[in-house]
Design a protein. Structure first.
Length: 258
């Protein structure tokens, strides 16, 4: 599945680059307001910080929710106590749109993560131009040279980079690139199976000074508490929130007392 998504993504990005141009999107990016500090928002000491995700569908779950709008969800996340917002922008496989970032930014003051399959610097400039404050970089989708280039590009335009790993080998690669914000994805991107134990296993290998985000498969306050006790700084939750009858209540339930 990951290989298929990446093939589609490279074709999509090549088309947009030809239509818009790298220099034009970079110039637009640098005219946007200064990015909000995503890293600071998800690394507040003494808290388990929640990154709430705007996610309407996925290849594994299918349709997750019809409406409300990204702006409505973003405002609800902020008023309910989330620390940051993740916005899925992949359209073909996840039903997202780049425009969702701008809609969320206009409705919330929280830092925004562009969650997509980033394979080119163009997408980083595009992210800032659309209102993102951070981008997701997936180690499994990148070789070491490309990872470093994308990290540099994100830094050049003032964006935080959440570098995502799924295994010990990927973690070693990420740490060798001197990342400051590490995401441990509990979902296997080849099979889409989820195992939260992945976070508990890999966090033992994370050195001091690196902010850790656990991603995927978290839906209960009990698991949130265990992740905090294990040293996780933030948790990214999407499907459990978007499926909830009352999204705001679910946000508050997950972070209460944490």
């Amino acid at each position: 599945m990951l290989d298929e998504i990446l093939t589609d993504k490279r074709m999509e990005v090549d088309k947009r680059k030809a239509e818009v141009g790298v220099e034009a999107i970079l110039a637009k990016a640098m005219r946007t307001p200064q990015p909000r500090d995503f890293l600071a928002a998800v690394s507040r000491p003494g808290h388990l910080n929640l990154i709430s995700e705007i996610k309407y569908r996925s290849p594994s779950a299918g349709a997750i929710r019809e409406g409300p709008s990204p702006a409505e969800v973003a405002a609800l996340y902020e008023s309910s106590g989330a620390s940051a917002i993740s916005v899925l922008t992949d359209e073909r496989h996840f039903g997202g749109k780049l425009d969702f970032l701008q809609e969320a930014r206009e409705a919330s003051t929280l830092p925004l993560l562009r969650k997509d399959f980033v394979v080119d610097e163009f997408q980083i400039y595009e992210a800032r131009a659309a209102g993102a404050d951070a981008v997701l970089l997936i180690v499994a989708a990148l070789d070491d040279d490309k990872l470093r280039c994308l990290l540099e590009a994100a830094g050049d335009v003032g964006l935080s980079a959440l570098v995502e790993v799924h295994s010990g080998d990927e973690m070693k690669r990420a740490l060798s690139a001197d990342v400051k914000l590490l995401g441990i994805n509990n979902r296997n991107l080849q099979t889409f199976d989820v195992n939260v134990e992945t976070s508990f296993e890999l966090i033992n290998e994370v050195p001091a000074g690196v902010t850790v985000v656990s991603e995927s498969g978290v839906s209960s306050r009990a698991v949130m508490g265990k992740l905090k006790d294990a040293g996780v700084n933030a948790v990214l939750v999407g499907e459990a929130l978007m499926r909830a009858r009352d999204i705001g209540s679910k946000v508050r339930e997950l972070i209460e007392g944490l």
